[in-house]
Ligand binder design. Structure first.
Ligand SMILES: C[S@@+](CC[C@H](N)C(=O)[O-])C[C@H]1O[C@@H](n2cnc3c(N)ncnc32)[C@H](O)[C@@H]1O
Length: 225
């Protein structure tokens, strides 16, 4: 997708930029990452971490106009594509936040999210890049704090090494009997059939990669709708 930078009015409506400097030095000046802070209302909110060009998130937004959807990504050009998609459809329930998600945990409000999606996160093949992975113990803990009891975390990957890391951490989490547990009896789910597939899902499936998913529920309450 070869998207151009949005004009000022479109960027103002859809895009929030959180610089590394501000996140580190003056987080108290930044908006809270909940419905009130990003949409000015109290609607339920779902987020996609590393949303890329936003195909999946915008398809969700089209199907649930009463829910707020926020996509997070580091990469400006991908988000320009995502903004073009959302503004082209005139969605009022979508925003995008640009910046390093790992620096944003302190801006989330406890019990403010209904679902979190982390789909096809970058695996970082080389040893030194593995440290940049979004998924890990801290991610699980922070998202458990931000998501309501009974809310969900959806994890999808095509990468064997990342999959094994997810499986091991999820099993540890379940043994601790708090935080996240699997919504399914099987160790993981084979394949993923959303209403619209993301750019990376299309790409990896075309190349014959196996796609595997975990659907986790927060705490021990029943799943919310
Ligand atoms: C492989 S792409 C997947 C994009 C999308 N989820 C999809 O399925 O097409 C991973 C995305 O995560 C973003 N990303 C990687 N590290 C990030 C971070 N620390 N904070 C925010 N986004 C990040 C990348 O810029 C990239 O767009």
């Amino acid at each position: 997708m070869n998207a151009r930078e949005p004009d000022a009015a479109t960027a103002e409506r859809y895009l929030v930029y959180l610089s590394g400097y501000d996140l580190h030095n003056r987080p108290e000046m930044l908006p809270r990452l909940d419905s009130r802070g990003l949409f000015g209302d109290e609607g339920p909110m779902e987020i996609e971490v590393g949303c890329g060009t936003g195909e999946f998130l915008c398809a969700l937004a089209a199907g649930a106009p009463g829910t707020n959807f926020v996509g997070f990504d580091l990469h400006a050009k991908s988000l320009f594509g995502a903004v073009e998609r959302a503004s082209g459809a005139d969605f009022g329930n979508v925003r995008f936040v640009r910046g390093d998600f790992r620096q944003m945990y302190g801006l989330f409000v406890p019990d403010s999210l209904r679902r979190v999606y982390l789909h096809f996160p970058d695996p970082g093949m080389k040893e030194r890049y593995r440290k940049r992975r979004i998924f890990g113990e801290r991610f699980l803990r922070e998202m458990s704090r931000a998501v309501v009891r009974g809310g969900e975390l959806s994890l999808v990957t095509d990468d064997e090494d990342y999959f094994q890391e997810m499986l091991a951490l999820i099993e540890t989490e379940e043994r601790a009997a708090k935080g996240w547990r699997r919504a399914h009896g099987e160790p993981y789910l084979e394949g993923f059939e959303p209403p619209v597939k993301s750019r990376f899902q299309e790409l990896w499936e075309r190349r014959g990669r196996a796609v595997r998913r975990f659907l986790l529920v927060n705490g021990s309450a029943e799943v919310t709708t």
